[in-house]
Structure formats: structure tokens, C-alpha cells
Design a protein around this ligand. Structure first.
Ligand SMILES: Cc1ncc(COP(=O)(O)O)c(C=O)c1O
Length: 406
């Protein structure tokens, strides 16, 4: 039995079966490469589901985390710590468009709540908008095919019946609208609406960008109805699309923004940002988290932000992302319908529901990709992916598809 098989056996016996048994046991990583328990090397084009923004074992994260853990690893919310203040200021400055960032930073109006994951960030956002809107506005508008997380509040907003249905009722009144349909959105938002929750592009539904003007239409509908606009940038934020935040490219400003995933570069962190007046929505005692604002996670996130800035990674993501999309788009194969997405957030769209087979064949060829939908393979590699690494996958894909076709 291989090391991987032995670990899989133990995994299946000791962990709940909600993930099935994963096909690879990752034992270490370096840059955009990972190695499994049997020493096999892979090019990591999924980065722990759009998380490991600086790849693996990046010296900036290793240094920041090691230093922080040696100083103090945890304070709880009974005490404050400089790293959490610094990180909140930095994120607010990025949202305020301070370019270059000021030293010391001057945050624009807004406030941050720290959580530990995407779902928790959205839970905070749900409570925040309910607190602000009050009982007279019980409805939250969300999109079909959206994904906001697996906890009860986040799941209530998630527009995938198959994962939501077994766990209701949720105690939230959610009105779902078809994603991308501005007219349907306008019709759904009214005087009963506390907030509209949207992703700037559907990540789990296959990296589907919002149609041009859709987020602006959402902003207008919220303004007209007096509702809050909440943007979930848990997957799209922190450089993934080549901008700090996808909504900046779309030219809209949310009232509430949620972040997680790539911000911590592999350390668990989530943020709920209230911009403007929404930042003052919680009163003392309204919400909390023992681990939220954890110094080690905050130190990692600061290292991620520093490195993105210092190494010009936003421009890099745009350039490598366009190169990758052009390369993949140039592949002529009956299984390839096209490529969609922005920056280093892409999906190879297939003409048949064979994404799982493509994922498995890619793995055998030494590439980690993700069958995000039956007919879509997601690529969300580290933001440091090089042109040469992108080209390796482009060169290998025809062979991978040939294996699937046969
Ligand atoms: C847009 C979006 N929101 C929320 C989440 C939930 O994040 P987490 O898995 O950290 O709870 C995800 C995770 O994939 C996501 O893509």
C-alpha cells in the first residue's frame, strides 16, 4: 500500500465522510508546486481553492508567521493586538483607493470585523445588515447559483438548492433572483429589503463573471430602496482578478464587503468590512469571535498584502492570466467550448460533463485543477504563477483531453 493509500484509509476511518476521500495527500509545497505523500510532484493550479495566494512556503509568510508565533500567537477579543489594527487599517486603505498607501495609513470611513473563514465573514455580514435594517426589512435578496458558505446563515443565502434544501429552515427570509439579470434584481429589491448579497462573479458555479453593468444596477436598486449592498469577495478579492477587489473594476462601492481565502495566504482569516455608515452598525456585544483577529493570521495577511504590493502582483496576475487564457483559448479540441474568467481566476468550459475526468487526467499528468462544475474546470493558481508554469499546463492540456476522449 502506498503512503497515500495508507493515509486515505486512516482519513476514511477517522474523519466524517462529508468530503469523501480526497485523491491526493499533500505533504509539502514550494512556490506553485506541491508534493504528495509518495513524493509525486504537481503544479498547483487551484491553490487550496483560491487561498494560497503567494504559493507555498513563501519566505514572507514563513518569516511573518514565525516571528508572530514566537511573540504571541493568540490574544482573544478581550485584548487588542497591533497586527489586527494594522491589518484593518490596510484593508480600509485599499478600499479607499489610497495609492500608494499612506504611512501611517489613513483609513477612509469604515470598520472591520475579523472572523476566521468565509462563511463566518458572511455570518457577520448577515447579522450586520439585520442589525442596521431592523425588523421592518426582513428580506435579503441573493442570487441563484451563488455560493456564500456552509454555515446556516451563509447557506441560507446560497443559491444551490441541492446543498441548501437538506438543512432548512434557516430563519432568514431570502428572495432568490437569477444571477446577472438586472431587471429581475430591480424587481426583487423593495421597501422590505435589508440587503442584496452578491458575488462579483460566481466562483463555485464555475467562474462566471457578472455581466457588464450588473453590479452597478445592483448598487442603484439598493440606493433606490434604501437597502444595503453586500459584496462577497471571498473568492474574487485580494488580487485574484488582477485588481485588489473585483468590485473596483466594476466601478461600484458596496456597503459591506466580505473577504477570506487569499487574504491569509493559507492561514485562516475572514473579514467583514462595513464601509461608511455600515461600519458603525454593530453595538458593543452584538457579535464576536474568540479567534477573530488572531495575530498569526493577521501577520500572514499583512505579509500577503506587502508582497502583492512590493512584487507588483496585480499587474503580474493580469499579464499571466491573459497569457494563460489566450493559450488555453487557442486549443482546438472538441471537448473545449472556451475559457472564461479574469486574471488568475479562470474556467476551461467543456462541451460535455467530463470535468471530473479532466481533473483526474490532469492529476495523473502532474497538475492540480478543480472540476468546479460538471462541465467546467477551475484554475485559481497562486498569484505568483509564472508564464512558464502557465505554459506547462497549456502544453499539457491537449494530451489530458485526449486521454479523457479515449
Ligand atoms: C464566494 C464565497 N463565499 C463564501 C465562501 C465560504 O468560505 P469558507 O469555505 O472559508 O467558509 C466561499 C468558499 O468557497 C466562496 O467562494
Amino acid at each position: 500500500m502506498s503512503e497515500t493509500e495508507a493515509l486515505q484509509k486512516r482519513f476514511a476511518a477517522a474523519l466524517m465522510p462529508n468530503y469523501g476521500v480526497p485523491p491526493v495527500a499533500i505533504s509539502r509545497g514550494q512556490g506553485c508546486r506541491v508534493w504528495d505523500a509518495d513524493g509525486r510532484e504537481y503544479l498547483d493550479l487551484i491553490a487550496g481553492i483560491a487561498v494560497s495566494s503567494l504559493g507555498h512556503a513563501h519566505p514572507a509568510i514563513v518569516e511573518a508567521v514565525s516571528r508572530q508565533v514566537a511573540e504571541v500567537a493568540h490574544t482573544s477579543n478581550l485584548f487588542l493586538h497591533e497586527r489586527e489594527v494594522e491589518l484593518a487599517e490596510r484593508v480600509l486603505c485599499l478600499l479607499g483607493g489610497d495609492d500608494p498607501p499612506q504611512t501611517p495609513p489613513v483609513p477612509p470611513g469604515g470598520r472591520v470585523f475579523f472572523a476566521n473563514s468565509g462563511a463566518e465573514a458572511n455570518e457577520a455580514a448577515v447579522k450586520l445588515v439585520r442589525r442596521i435594517a431592523g425588523p421592518g426589512r426582513p428580506v435579503i435578496v441573493a442570487a441563484e447559483r451563488s455560493f456564500h458558505g456552509r454555515t446556516m446563515g451563509a447557506l441560507a443565502l446560497t443559491g444551490k438548492e441541492s446543498i441548501r434544501a437538506p438543512f432548512g429552515p434557516f430563519g432568514l427570509t431570502v428572495r432568490f433572483v437569477p444571477y446577472g439579470d438586472a431587471r429581475a434584481l430591480r424587481a426583487a429589491v423593495g421597501s422590505d429589503t435589508a440587503a442584496v448579497f452578491l458575488e462579483p462573479g460566481l466562483g463555485e458555479s464555475g467562474v462566471v463573471p457578472a455581466p457588464e453593468g450588473y453590479l452597478r444596477a445592483a448598487r442603484e436598486a439598493c440606493d433606490q430602496a434604501g437597502a444595503l449592498l453586500v459584496l462577497d469577495e471571498i473568492q474574487s478579492g485580494i488580487g485574484r482578478t488582477g485588481a485588489w477587489f473585483a468590485h473596483q473594476t466594476a466601478g461600484v462601492r458596496p456597503d459591506v464587503l466580505t473577504l477570506a481565502k487569499g487574504l491569509g495566504g493559507g492561514l485562516p482569516i475572514g473579514l467583514c468590512v462595513g464601509l461608511g455608515a455600515a461600519g458603525g452598525g454593530f453595538a458593543k456585544g452584538d457579535h464576536g469571535s474568540t479567534f477573530g483577529g488572531n495575530p498569526v493570521a493577521c501577520a500572514a495577511a499583512l505579509a500577503v498584502l506587502d508582497t502583492i504590493e512590493r512584487d507588483g502582483l496585480l499587474a503580474h496576475v493580469t499579464a499571466v492570466g491573459e497569457h494563460l487564457a489566450a493559450g488555453l483559448g487557442g486549443i482546438s479540441h472538441p471537448l473545449v467550448a472556451g475559457v472564461r474568467g479574469t486574471g488568475l481566476w479562470r474556467a476551461v468550459v467543456l462541451t460535455a460533463a467530463v470535468a471530473a475526468e479532466v481533473e483526474a487526467a490532469a492529476r495523473r499528468a502532474g497538475f492540480l485543477v478543480n472540476a468546479v462544475q460538471p462541465d467546467a474546470v477551475r484554475l485559481a493558481p497562486p498569484l505568483i504563477l509564472s508564464i512558464a508554469e502557465a505554459d506547462q499546463f497549456t502544453a499539457a492540456l491537449p494530451g489530458i483531453l485526449a486521454e479523457v476522449s479515449s
